[in-house]
Design a protein around this ligand. Structure first.
Ligand code: ADP
Length: 536
């Protein structure tokens, strides 16, 4: 077999396969259908060339030349149609005209006026040469349509979108390579005996185009490759069936063919499923990413809002608290016991609100990463004892006598409870914890105590109460944002669920530990804070 024949069979097989695959994939898309037709025409030409290269009879060569031209004549016609469709050009009259020319030459091809002569070339096969006048006309049409397609692509390139521009470039490349390879076949017709070796690049044409069409869904290349490979193997085995020597061999090969067909089918199916699954996952991931981004934006907006709102709330609240305190102190004259009790409630509530707003502000600082710490040596004993005394005084002076609470402080006299910490922040944590234990203990005791952890010498603060306790269900959410016990009755409505979260963040920044223990609801709670001397 000579090179001409080999190039023909390669072009034939690849074009046919690709044509079938494109059709099988997306026969609903007119662009794919047209392309499949195009590849099919190239395949006719390829197989025809193979036969021409094989036969040593001038009559058969003439016959096969006419067969190849069933494809060759329609190639320019379909490529113009494809270009129109691809670029969205609607010139029906032009299309009709081009199809008319194609049909004209097809009819001529069945008569003895188009391809008439053959000539033995390159010492190996018969070529359709020299040309008739009609064939000269056809060659002209062939090249003119090549120029026309390129002209269309060029003029539409600038107007096209970026994606389309890329596709046009691929298309241009494919057309160029295909025509370049194919057109050398015309040379020997006109008695320029250059071997049409460039036929070997023709199979690149369908491959580039196919790639361009599938580019947007590049994963499908995997399917295509699997299908191509499987079909090729099956085709080879099928081909072998025609050359068997006896029935036994025929049956064996036939069975092998059937088994391989089955497995090939299974493989292709699984690849399809895999690709589809992957596409779905990608789609979901993209959606998730978008949702995530939105959430982040919302979160930032929320932090900004919190910070602004908290600042704005503080000023009027300070005024409320200040005036309530002045009324209580008698700065505006003597007041009755009932008024005093009412104003006291105003004062207590605004005090609590100040804490909550503080928590909100802290949270926005924590989330924006702008929380500032001022580390220095801190005597935890002095701090907690002072705080306990303050709370004790508040409880005792409170007009709300329904609460019978005993609050106590205990620490070893000789121990040194000094740590490296931000005084204000630790004060905030401790007062939050004591405030909580008062809030959640209707009656009984609150014991604040300090000790040292024997293993590492850290300071351990314990705040124990005999209050409502913490259920096992609430425990894991205690230190989370807005984590509140679900069973909290309306008696404890005035909480935000932020205090412990902020406390945890603050203690974390101190490289310390904070945790809670409780034997269950109604059995009291213990809160622990462990702080070290570590330098920050
Ligand atoms: P809140 O503003 O609700 O008190 P915190 O973050 O300070 O928010 O506390 C979170 C939740 O932990 C409370 O709502 C409550 O359910 C529980 N809790 C905190 N301290 C105690 C305590 N001493 N006894 C029982 N439950 C507590």
């Amino acid at each position: 077999m000579n090179l001409f024949g080999i190039s023909g069979i390669i072009t034939g097989i690849t074009s046919l396969l690709l044509s079938l695959i494109v059709l099988g994939h997306n026969y609903k898309n007119p662009l794919s259908r047209l392309w499949a037709l195009f590849a099919f025409l190239v395949a006719i030409w390829g197989f025809g060339v193979y036969e021409i290269a094989r036969t040593q009879s001038p009559e058969w060569a003439l016959f096969w030349w006419r067969i190849t031209h069933l494809g060759v004549i329609l190639i320019p016609v379909i490529s113009i149609h494809f270009t129109f469709l691809f670029l969205g050009i609607r010139k029906m009259w032009m299309l009709r005209f081009v199809y008319g020319i194609g049909i004209f030459f097809l009819i001529l091809n069945t008569t003895p006026y188009f391809i008439v002569n053959t000539r033995y070339v390159f010492n190996s096969f018969y070529y359709d040469s020299p040309p008739t006048n009609l064939y000269l006309l056809f060659t002209l049409f062939f090249f003119l349509s090549f120029i026309y397609t390129n002209y269309l692509l060029y003029t539409n390139y600038k107007k096209a979108s970026l994606i389309k521009q890329k596709q046009i470039l691929y298309f241009f490349l494919a057309i160029f390579i295909g025509f370049l390879g194919g057109s050398t076949n015309f040379l020997p017709v006109f008695e320029v005996d250059v071997y049409p070796i460039l036929n070997f690049i023709v199979p690149l044409y369908p491959i580039i185009l196919l790639y361009a069409i599938l580019k947007d869904r590049i994963l499908n290349i995997k399917i295509i490759t699997t299908e191509l490979f499987t079909s090729l193997v099956l085709l080879i085995i099928l081909g072998e069936l025609f050359f068997v020597k006896n029935t036994t061999e025929f049956f064996i090969k036939g069975i092998i063919f059937l088994i391989l067909s089955f497995f090939g089918y299974m493989i292709i199916r699984s690849v399809h499923a895999e690709v589809r699954a992957r596409e779905e996952i990608e789609e979901l991931a993209a959606k998730l990413e978008f949702a995530n981004l939105r959430l982040k934006q919302l979160d930032e907006a929320k932090s900004d809002f919190l910070s602004i709102a908290s600042h704005q709330l503080r000023t009027p609240l300070t005024a409320i608290k200040g005036y309530a305190s002045m009324i209580l102190e008698g700065s505006y004259g003597k007041i009755s016991a009932t008024t005093k009790s009412a104003v006291d409630k105003i004062f207590q509530s605004s005090q609590r609100l100040v804490l909550i707003i503080g928590d909100f502000l802290d949270i926005s600082h924590i989330e924006q990463g702008t929380m500032q710490y001022d580390f220095a040596a801190l005597d935890v004993k002095e701090l907690t004892k002072g705080l306990t005394d303050e709370f004790k005084a508040t409880i005792e002076s409170s007009t709300d006598k329904s609460k019978a609470l005993k609050i106590s402080f205990e620490a070893d006299e000789k121990e040194n409870f000094s740590v490296n910490a931000d005084r204000n922040k630790i004060r905030q944590v401790v007062s939050n914890l004591i405030d909580n234990s008062i809030k959640y203990t209707p009656a009984g005791f609150i014991k604040v105590s300090l000790s040292k952890v024997s293993e590492n010498g850290n300071v351990l603060l314990k705040i124990e109460d005999s209050g409502i306790g913490i259920s096992a269900e609430t425990m894991p959410n205690l230190f989370k944002k807005f984590g509140r016990a679900r069973s909290l009755s309306s008696a404890y409505a005035n909480g935000s669920g932020l205090g412990l979260y902020v406390a945890k963040e603050i203690i974390k920044a101190h490289k310390g530990k904070i945790w809670a223990e409780s034997e269950g609801e109604g059995k009291g709670s213990k809160f622990f804070v462990e702080l070290g001397e570590e330098k920050h």
